[in-house]
Every structure is written in C-alpha cells, then in structure tokens.
Design a protein around this ligand. Structure first.
Ligand code: NAD
Length: 256
C-alpha cells in the first residue's frame, strides 16, 4: 500500500525524519524531505534517496515554526498521501526560568506545525480516497520529566490532536496515529556521549546504560530504522483499522 504513494516528512534532513523517509522510500514510496534550511546538501539527501531506492524524492525548504510555511510545504509537495509530522526541538530549563521565546518555538514547531500540515493535507487525502497521518510524538507524550515543560506539553498535545483527527476521519480510509519513541540513537544523541563520558568519568557503555538509558528498561536505544519500520507498518493495509492511538517504541519506558 505504501508503494507509489507520496510521503511528506517534516524535519527530515537528519535523525528520525531522515530514517523514516529512507524506510518509506525502501518500501517504494516517493518522499518529500523538509527542513528550514535550503542548502545544496539538503537537496543532495533527496537525490541520494531517489538513486538508492528508485523512487521520486525532493526536498522542500519550509520553516515549521511558521503557519504559512507549513501549509506551503503541502502545496509544494504536489501530493501528500502519507504525512509524517516529525520536526521537533528541545529546550531544558525549570519552568520559572524557561525562556518564553523557547516555549513559543517548541509549541510552534513540535505541535502547531502538525495542526497546519494536517489541515492542509486532509482535503487531498479525501480526494485521493486514502491517507495516513503519522505524528512522531515521544515517551514524553505519555509521561513527563522535570525541566521539559514545553516539550512535554507539546508532545501530550500532539497525542491529543492525533485522537481528534482520527475521530474526524474515522469513517474515511484515512488514519491518524502517533509513534512515541523513547531514547533514539540519532547523530545528536551520539554526539552527547563523549562529553557525558568525561563529565561522569564513565565508560561509553556505562554512560549509555546508567545515564542516558536510565529510564529505558531495555537499556538499548531505539534506532531510526525501527521508527521507519513502525511508520511503514502504520501506512500499510494491515494497519487500516489502527487509528487514534499511540505506538510506543521505547524499550519499555512507559511500562515502568
Ligand atoms: P534531529 O534534531 O536530528 O531532527 C529534528 C529535525 O527537525 C531536523 O531535520 C531539523 O532540521 C528539523 N527542524 C528543526 N526545526 C525546524 C523548523 N523550524 N522547520 C523545519 N524543520 C525543523 O532530532 P530527532 O531526534 O531526529 O527528532 C525528530 C523528532 O523525534 C522530534 O519531534 C523529536 O521530539 C522526536 N523524538 C526524538 C527522540 C530521540 O531520542 N532522538 C525521542 C522521542 C521523540
């Protein structure tokens, strides 16, 4: 069901978004990559995917902190059968010291962008008679941690919005679900390991198991390939009756 569909993945020039785009392309989907930059290397990522998997792949620059850019992304994509709302940022600070600008940016990028892209994509999905909306939430969409007020609020918010969209499309061949990753090994996370090793005077293995993955019972990172595979499943025919729910890919985090 994924083959020859067009997938639009927000925030996909690195990390989970890129991993999800690659797995969808491997399954035969055409993909539209996105971030707010417009560099040669961004467009090269799309060209690589096209070559590697024999699909159509393009890159559309659009800033997911801006309502009009979110909506333009869907127009510029040309088609959007599968919408993956993935763009996201983080900021960590106690709530009474949390910068208002950071709060606003996190709510805009991690939550409101999905409202705008979903609103813009739904008419096309209805016209095509098929659609999949997959929101990349987080274990922090279901549980909280201190100092992450904006992120936890945005991720709980996107889980709630996912349920509403599912109900509004329940009688149509369109589904809306959220994937809730635990800690995922992205380049960003990998880059934190050497500093944390120094800070705690610990081995790489100890940093991963006892610091980073303290709350992840499996003591293993989830991978971007596993998240991509979960997205491919949610886009498949087997998942046609899965809507308005969350799938945790968190090594048991939310079971604790
Ligand atoms: P990342 O920093 O590698 O990726 C974030 C992506 O969003 C990048 O492509 C970045 O360019 C893009 N982005 C940032 N601001 C943007 C903007 N204004 N407009 C358009 N694109 C923008 O991080 P990641 O870990 O791959 O995170 C992807 C998503 O997964 C986020 O929503 C994040 O909250 C979620 N997540 C990550 C983890 C993890 O452990 N890495 C865990 C749970 C959830």
């Amino acid at each position: 069901a994924v083959a020859n569909k067009t997938a639009v993945i927000t925030g996909s020039n690195s990390g989970i978004g890129l991993g999800v785009a690659r797995e969808l392309a491997k399954a035969g989907a055409n993909v539209v990559l996105n971030s707010f930059t417009d560099r040669e290397e961004d467009h090269a990522l799309a060209a690589e995917i096209a070559k590697e998997f024999g699909v159509k792949a393009t890159y559309v620059a659009a800033d997911m902190s801006k309502a009009e850019d979110c909506r333009r992304l869907i127009t510029d994509a040309g088609a959007c059968d599968i919408l993956i709302n993935n763009a996201g940022i983080q900021h960590v600070a106690p709530i009474d010291e949390f910068p208002t600008a950071k709060w606003d940016a996190i709510i805009a990028i991690n939550l409101s962008s999905a409202f705008h892209t979903t609103a813009a994509a739904l008419p096309g999905m209805r016209a095509a008679g098929w659609g999949r909306i997959i929101n990349i939430a987080s274990a922090h969409g279901l549980t909280a941690s201190p100092y992450k007020s904006a992120y936890v609020a945005a991720k709980h918010g996107i889980v709630g919005m996912t349920k509403t969209v599912a109900l509004e499309t329940a009688e149509e061949p369109i589904t809306a679900n959220a994937i809730c990753p635990g800690y995922v090994l992205t380049p960003l996370v990998e880059a934190q390991i050497p500093d944390t090793m120094k800070e705690y005077d610990m081995s790489r293995e100890d940093v991963i198991k006892n610091v980073m993955l303290k709350r992840q019972p499996s003591k293993e990172f989830a991978t971007v390939e596993q998240l991509g595979g979960t997205a491919v499943f949610l886009a498949s025919d087997a998942a046609a009756q899965i809507t308005g729910t969350t799938i945790s890919v968190d090594g048991g985090w939310t079971a604790l």
